[in-house]
Design a protein around this ligand. Structure first.
Ligand SMILES: [Zn+2]
Length: 174
């Protein structure tokens, strides 16, 4: 969750079970990733969350480590993954028709996000239409105006990733 001027993020601490979160597992960080309230080390990817919040003006940023996002992230051909023609695309912010073509950038994984953030920022600026991005063999980032909005986008994208992933394993390909 995000507040602005000054930019502040509430973010989970590193290494906690996201299914067993308590208030103590969430810290508040400033625009540099420094903890300003709560105790604990913020997620290693805090800088990525901050970048998305800043560049996209998001009120909430969500990140998953799902099986299907991991599989799909490995299928990028032109630096990203394209999903088009599905009714469920209409669940993405501003999308009105199944004829929408969604292109999600795939960025390389790293253990040094401080160094990699400028590249992610450049990609987000280049593709203002993308509703999320994948980290290769790692997971999905998406966002929304608020938590409910971001959660809906996670559900939509994860649904579509599973469809795409399962289809690849089928003998027929329309
Ligand atoms: Zn991650």
């Amino acid at each position: 969750m995000v507040t602005r001027t000054p930019l502040r993020l509430a973010i989970t601490t590193s290494g906690v079970d996201k299914g067993l979160l308590s208030e103590d597992d969430i810290v508040e960080i400033d625009e540099h990733g420094k903890v300003v309230a709560g105790s604990g080390r913020p997620s290693a990817e805090a800088r990525l969350h901050l970048t998305v919040a800043r560049v996209r003006g998001a009120g909430a940023v969500l990140h998953t480590h799902s099986i299907w996002s991991t599989i799909l992230s490995d299928t990028a051909t032109d630096g990203g993954v394209t999903i088009e023609g599905y009714e469920m695309l209409k669940g993405l912010a501003g999308v009105q028709t199944h004829e929408h073509r969604e292109w999600l950038p795939v960025v390389g994984n790293t253990q040094d996000w401080a160094a990699a953030v400028p590249r992610v920022e450049a990609i987000l600026a280049e593709r203002p239409d993308a509703h999320g991005f994948l980290i290769r063999r790692h997971g999905l980032y998406t966002w929304g105006q608020d938590l409910a909005d971001a959660k809906r986008q996670v559900e939509i994208l994860e649904f579509l990733f599973e469809v795409m992933g399962r289809k690849r394993g089928m003998p027929w390909q329309p």
